[in-house]
Design a protein around this ligand. Structure first.
Ligand SMILES: *Cc1c(COP(=O)(O)O)cnc(C)c1O
Length: 357
């Protein structure tokens, strides 16, 4: 039992997490593999505990950003593939074998280096090849992809088990995204072989890119955590996604100033509350919306509690979540802090307690 009461904390509702995965899976055609993206500590939702729920919800494969994250997944899950999405450093390459991870390969030279390491170990290493269809960051540039993939296929100790691409702006630019989809399909048509995983969808792409052949897997991040990438609903309403993360704090002092009751809340930018709120920003106290006023400091921020006259020192303050029938969504909070929802989720530091439900 912790003798320190919670001052600022997040609550993670794992029942909802599992429900979201089930709801997303229910919309996918039979046989499509569900790749659960659990990078960055499961988007700040406590990866080790979240993994169990993703498994129960039906995740087939996990995706992480790097080998440290892959090693953490391996402590819990031994029998599912773990794809490392970001490029792997030369000195990290042996860890791919140690943790039985699936590397995302972005060049012939990288594939060749892996092939040599596999040969030394008497193995054939399965890799996914990443195609750059317009993100312009990592992957085999699409114009050279047919030739490079052909060369990789000739490497004796490498087996291509998947081909994928990442969409650069699925949530904001549909035309550009559809061009990426077309380019990718063309490459898949020329290079895919039976048994390969072909994947492109992130959360936002589910809105308008049909999950149909050649695609046989999807990579789900944001929506598993119950957040819709679209403010207008975007057709995701029917999934009935439930937000998983709440962010709460407490009033630690109350003062009067120029006829207003101001409360000091014990969460500042040291707790992930950013210093630049828009004027609409508010929190919930006693189920009432109370505006954030003045500057945010490292340990505290100030709210006006005129709307909640019953408020007392020690009362709960909700930045994200539900209280007495009222709600502030993670998307609202993100808009008020000029962040995207992905940033909000990963920006709450360890100083803030974790309550896992
Ligand atoms: C993070 C990531 C995803 C998940 O994206 P969401 O928008 O959160 O669903 C999918 N694919 C790749 C390559 C990623 O890096």
């Amino acid at each position: 039992m912790n003798k320190f009461p919670h001052r600022s904390w997040i609550e993670v509702d794992f029942g909802r997490l599992e429900g979201n995965v089930r709801a997303i899976k229910a919309t996918l055609p039979e046989g499509v593999k569900y790749i659960s993206v659990v990078k960055a500590d499961a988007y700040g939702h406590c990866m080790p505990q979240a993994l169990m729920r993703f498994l129960r919800g039906g995740a087939d494969i996990f995706a992480v950003a790097n080998l440290y994250e892959a090693s953490r997944v391996r402590e819990i899950v031994s029998d599912k593939p773990v794809i490392v999405l970001s490029p792997i450093l030369r000195q990290e390459r042996p860890l791919v074998f140690e943790y039985g991870a699936t590397a995302a390969v972005s060049s012939y030279n990288e594939a060749k280096a892996f092939s040599e390491l596999a040969r030394e170990r008497g193995k054939v290493l399965g890799v996914h090849v990443k195609i750059d269809t317009g993100m312009g960051r990592v992957g085999i540039w699409h114009e050279t992809a047919n030739e490079v993939v052909r060369q990789i296929k000739k490497l004796e100790n490498i087996k291509i088990t998947g081909i994928f691409t990442h969409l650069s702006s699925a949530d904001v630019d549909r035309d550009y995204t559809m061009r990426q989809v077309g380019i990718f399909k063309d490459i898949v048509e020329k290079n895919a072989e039976p048994g390969m995983l072909i994947h492109l969808h992130n959360s936002a792409a589910l809105r308008y890119v049909p999950v149909e052949p050649p695609f046989n897997a999807v990579r789900m991040g944001l929506i598993q955590y119950g957040i819709n990438p679209y403010d207008d609903g975007g057709g995701f309403e029917s999934m009935n996604l439930k937000p998983v993360l709440s962010f709460k704090s407490r009033i630690i002092a109350i003062a009067e100033s120029e006829g207003r009751r101001l409360a000091c809340v014990c969460a500042g930018y040291g707790d992930g509350v950013p210093s630049g709120f828009t004027p609409e920003a508010c929190v919930l106290v006693g189920g009432k919306r109370c505006p954030i006023v003045g500057n945010v400091s490292l340990d505290e921020c100030t709210i006006c509690i005129d709307a909640a006259p019953q408020a007392r020192v020690g009362d709960e303050v909700v930045f994200i979540g539900e209280q007495q029938g009222a709600e502030i969504s993670l998307s609202d909070y993100s808009r008020w802090t000029r962040r995207i929802p992905w940033e909000t989720m990963v920006a709450i530091p360890r100083r803030v307690d974790r309550i896992l439900k």
